[in-house]
Design a binder for this molecule. Structure first.
Ligand code: DQA
Length: 147
């Protein structure tokens, strides 16, 4: 069975309480349930991790990527400047899909910079929690084609 790491960066533990206009009202637990339902149907296992600390995210990737087939990640604000996290993803040498609830290309100028674009097979913006479900679907289809 294929295994996917589902990683959320800083402040995403607060989903549901954050700006509803940008991020919607869905909590991270609810996003997780939706992803679990997709994974069950597509015969995949998910390992979830959220941290507000870049180093902890890197430790998780280094510690778990050998036994994983792919990574789904929302790096939060690290998207715009988190080059150590970006390098950890590159070093993991796994297919990565990056997801964002909001449309980072149409917000403040600092959000237009995406340090993760080059290390991702796909970047999904602006579909609120559907960015995650779409991203997982794309990733599962991608790794199943590789098999
Ligand atoms: C985000 C966008 C980032 O700019 C922001 O810092 C977040 C969430 C998103 O999912 O839209 O924390 O990654």
């Amino acid at each position: 069975m294929k295994k996917i790491l589902v990683i959320n960066g800083p402040n995403l533990n607060m989903l549901g309480k954050r700006n509803h206009e940008h991020y919607g009202k869905t909590t991270l637990d609810q996003v997780g349930s939706k992803l679990r339902a997709i994974a069950r149907k597509m015969d995949c296992s998910l390992l979830f991790f959220q941290s507000n600390h870049e180093g902890s995210l890197i430790d998780f990737i280094q510690g778990n990527s050998k036994e994983a087939d792919a990574i789904l990640i929302n790096p939060g604000a690290l998207t715009h400047y988190g080059y150590s996290l970006r390098d950890a993803l590159e070093d993991a040498n796994l297919p990565v899909v990056t997801v964002h609830l909001s449309d980072i290309k149409n917000r403040e100028p600092f959000r237009k910079i995406d340090a993760f674009e080059e290390v991702s097979i796909e970047n999904i913006y602006g579909l609120r929690e559907k960015s995650y479900t779409k991203g997982l679907d794309i990733l599962i289809k991608y790794i199943n084609k590789l098999a």
